[in-house]
Ligand binder design. Structure first.
Ligand code: LER
Ligand code: MN
Length: 270
């Protein structure tokens, strides 16, 4: 399992759970000094990943880009995949498709978290899940043609009312013809929704593609009360070899949050 940290490039996401902010190359170097061989980027849009805007971090530092977040489509534009408006749903899907192309430059999968949206405002749960499924099938095809992946992230009930648990997520994805979708397990969301986080990770099995490593209060892993021993045992049992990416508040500051994450990775997940 490989430690990773998040870097947000989105001013409108200020106050959000990202370890580092802006200046991707400087922050990647700071993370590297602490031992992080990978970073996860939260860009404002696909153009922010162009060669003219975004440094070739893999070439400059040797670090991998573990994943690219798509949540700016929601944070900046209020687009999502299950919105009542067909044109907004279309814009949401196009935004993610453009990110897939931009991220392919780094062989990086794209995350669908807050862009999944929610039902309500005249949209039934069945309808919203149908739209979500159609979008995932289509985006899976686009990911396949680029040789990359989508990470679908179930959220807690306060952020989405579509799929909150591993049980519901596994059942939903199993019925889709979307082989390029994997699951992103965010321990913060799971700690709210699952009776047993380690057991829920085991339910994902080979569907698991990425992990957001975080403590129960959205701060750095190891600073709260999350039980990492059974979680690490479950991931080891599954043979999980992906990233443990710190999506946490930069508290008390970015450097301390990153260092605490690295300690926790070495203590439980090495
Ligand atoms: C996205 O990764 C996520 O976990 C959301 O809760 C962001 O706020
Ligand atoms: Mn997350």
């Amino acid at each position: 399992m490989k430690p990773c940290v998040t870097i947000s490039l989105v001013e409108e996401a200020r106050g959000g759970p990202f370890v580092y902010w802006h200046d991707p190359l400087e922050n990647a170097k700071k993370a590297q000094a602490l031992g992080f061989e990978a970073i996860e980027i939260f860009p404002p849009g696909p153009e922010a990943l162009d060669a003219s805007h975004f440094p070739d971090i893999p070439a400059l530092t040797g670090q991998r880009i573990a994943a690219i977040g798509s949540g700016a489509g929601w944070v900046r534009h209020q687009w999502h995949l299950t919105h009542p408006s067909p044109s907004i749903r279309h814009q949401a899907r196009a935004f993610i498709a453009q990110l897939l192309v931009a991220a392919a430059r780094f062989d990086a999968p794209v995350i669908i978290g807050s862009m999944q949206g929610r039902h309500g405002q005249g949209v039934s749960k069945e309808q919203a899940l149908e739209w979500l499924g159609e979008a995932l099938v289509d985006l899976s095809k686009q990911a396949q043609s680029l040789g990359t992946w989508i990470y679908y992230e179930p959220l807690n009930r306060y952020e989405s009312n579509l799929l909150n648990t591993a049980k519901d997520t596994v059942r939903f994805l199993a019925h889709l013809d979307a082989p390029r979708i994997k699951v992103l397990a965010d321990l913060f969301h799971m700690n709210i929704e699952e009776a047993n986080v380690a057991g829920a990770l085991l339910e994902y099995g080979s569907m698991l593609g990425h992990v957001h490593l975080v403590d129960n209060h959205r701060q750095a892993a190891g600073s709260g009360s999350m039980p990492y021993s059974p979680i690490a045992a479950a991931l080891k049992h599954m043979g999980y070899q992906g990233y443990l990416s710190a999506e946490v508040f930069p508290l008390p500051d970015s450097a301390s949050a990153a260092a605490r994450t690295m300690d926790t990775c070495q203590r439980w997940f090495a």
